[in-house]
Design a binder for this molecule. Structure first.
Ligand code: SF4
Ligand code: SF4
Length: 395
């Protein structure tokens, strides 16, 4: 058995990632009893709070339970001492993202909001200037976007950015998986050592990616309990799904566009018909992204629920970048169909490319990283023998 190193400053460290007070907690367990998603083999939030209170940093970073919470706020509403376990779980997830990241950029984005905002602005300026140095003519006959900013430059830069993001994301996931695997006693042999292990891993992978990530099942279960009074189009899980799938749809349309252009199929940086498949995918994904981010931003301004009432600067930066990317994409689409190639279309295109590059590059260092970490935690959850994969419903 490995001895746990105790870190007396752990609770204070976590508070730098979100001002959620759990000091009055006396470990009664009411929050765990009322949480609709807590299960026998993944009990939280009481246990996670206890780890922080006694300084068990390794136990905290190796907790898959941390990632199964969807910040519905039910535990905070039922805490008899006025502690904020929901806010604490959110702050601890930010702390974990920063701890898995070796570059320390995530830590800066979360704990130094002014520096984080300056980094975000400088990155956008850098990408804009970089693209601008290679700019070509602005045709007045029709909007020739890829003559203005060469398509190869955009895509080669995109490949470099995505490679950096992939490596950073992979390093973070490997660190997290090592922590959880060590604690759960799960090694390579248990995951891929033979046909039985592979079949179980396949089922766990499907559980994590299919019903949970694509289908948002736990999030919807939380929504049934907490947000049943809201109309369906305002429920948190739908806004979350709309944002994340809108972003991924736009990314897929961009990659498809480039791939098809390589084999001689017309690119959407020209006025192709609206029903053109890649254009259609981009338009629908853009609408989903704008809808999700607009509603989430409005919810944070109005502080409509517990998760939006405890926004950090990094949350605002991420949502703002997503919204600006979607909105500027639609402006470009509008400009493409206007007569006489409006000059502003070229500048919006330059701005859009710079912000989109920045958004992708910063993804592993902001809240977006949970899109990778949560499925890993759910994968380990589903590997447990006798795992009950249907979330418990509250009365
Ligand atoms: S309900 Fe409140 S006091 Fe009880 S364990 Fe949870 S956070 Fe602590
Ligand atoms: S915020 Fe909701 S899902 Fe998270 S621990 Fe509290 S009750 Fe459970």
């Amino acid at each position: 058995m490995t001895a746990q190193v105790v870190d007396p400053g752990l609770l204070g460290d976590i508070r730098r990632y979100g001002d959620a007070d759990v000091s009055p907690c006396f470990s009664c367990g009411m929050c765990t009893a009322t949480c609709p998603l807590s299960e026998n083999d993944a009990a939280f939030p009481r246990r996670i709070i206890r780890y922080a209170q006694v300084g068990m940093r390794e136990a905290l970073l190796s907790s898959k339970e941390l990632w199964t919470c969807y910040h519905c706020g039910e535990c905070t509403d039922n805490c008899p001492t006025g502690a904020d376990p929901a806010g604490f779980m959110a702050a601890t997830r930010r702390y974990a993202i920063a701890s898995y990241d070796r570059t320390r950029l995530a830590r800066t984005m979360y704990t130094r909001p002014v520096v984080g905002t300056v980094i975000a602005i400088l990155l956008a300026v850098f990408f804009a200037l970089f693209m601008y140095t290679a700019h070509g003519p602005q045709s007045g006959a029709s909007l020739a976007l890829f003559e203005f900013i060469p398509e190869d430059l955009i895509h080669n830069t995109g490949i470099v950015v995505m490679t950096a993001v992939f490596l950073a994301g992979l390093a973070g996931i490997a660190t997290m998986a090592r922590h959880i695997g060590r604690r759960e006693g799960v090694g390579w042999h248990d995951v891929a050592g033979g046909r039985t292990a592979l079949a179980r891993s396949g089922r766990a992978l499907w559980f994590a990616l299919g019903p949970e990530t694509i289908g948002q099942r736990r999030f919807r279960a939380e929504g049934d309990v907490v947000q049943q009074e809201l109309p369906w189009y305002r429920r948190r899980w739908l806004l979350h799904a709309s944002t994340i799938w809108g972003f991924l749809g736009l990314l897929a349309a961009t990659i498809l566009d480039y791939g098809l252009a390589l084999v001689g199929v017309r690119a959407t940086g020209t006025p192709v018909p609206i029903w053109y498949p890649v254009r259609l995918l981009g338009t629908l994904a853009g609408l989903a992204l704008i809808y999700g981010t607009t509603m989430l931003l409005a919810g944070r301004v109005r502080r409509v629920d517990r998760s939006s009432a405890s926004s950090t600067a990094s949350d605002w930066t991420l949502l703002a970048l997503l919204w600006v990317t979607g909105a500027s994409g639609f402006l470009i689409e509008l400009a493409l169909y206007l007569p006489q190639a409006p000059a502003w279309g070229y500048w919006v295109f330059l701005f859009h490319v710079a912000v989109a590059m920045e958004l992708v590059l910063l993804a592993p260092f902001m809240k977006f990283a949970h899109a990778a970490y949560r499925p890993v935690a759910l994968f380990f959850l589903a590997l447990r023998p006798g795992h009950q994969d249907v979330p418990r419903q509250s009365a």
